[in-house]
Every structure is written in C-alpha cells, then in structure tokens.
Design a protein around this ligand. Structure first.
Ligand SMILES: [Zn+2]
Length: 94
C-alpha cells in the first residue's frame, strides 16, 4: 500500500509530492503542475474504476445529469476516475 505513482493520473506530470492522508488513511498526492486541474489525487489500488461495469455506471449517471461529485460519492471511486471515464467517453455532458 506504499506505492508511489509514477505520475499524475490526470496530466501525466511526474512532479508529484505526498500531500497527507485522507480520512480513510489513503495516501494523497499533490500534482505540482500549475496547469493541472486535479491538483490532488489519491492512489488507491483497491478502487474499482477499471471495472467495466463501474465505467458503465459512471457514464449512465453522467448522462442522467449527475455531476462528478455525486457520481464519485455514489460509486465510491476517485474523482479523477469519474472525470477520466467521462472524458474518454466524450460525453456531451462534460
Ligand atoms: Zn496533474
């Protein structure tokens, strides 16, 4: 559980630093790229964002008008997973 990510999952910048822990004890990182809109992110290898079923749910929720924060809370995935999934789907709602 101590893996340091190679780069920011959003912008790909390798300039990332540790940025405290979440309330559930997960390591939070801060992206140093000033143009990155995520800025902080959590690397959680237990998250199920790579699961096709979850991605399907993210898209369905987005298309029914839910915002990123709502989807994140409903599916218990990282915010960047929601953003990335929607963006990859090229949803008109994003
Ligand atoms: Zn970044």
């Amino acid at each position: 559980m101590n893996h340091k990510p190679q780069s920011c999952p959003n912008c790909g910048a390798e300039d990332i630093i540790k940025h405290g822990k979440t309330s559930t004890g997960k390591q939070r990182y801060l992206c140093q790229n000033p143009k990155c809109y995520v800025s902080t992110f959590i690397v959680d290898y237990s998250y199920n964002g790579s699961n096709a079923y979850v991605k399907r749910q993210i898209i369905d929720l987005a298309q029914s008008g839910r915002n990123v924060r709502e989807i994140k809370n409903m599916l218990k995935v990282s915010e960047w997973v929601v953003i990335d999934t929607i963006r990859r789907h090229e949803s008109p709602y994003y």
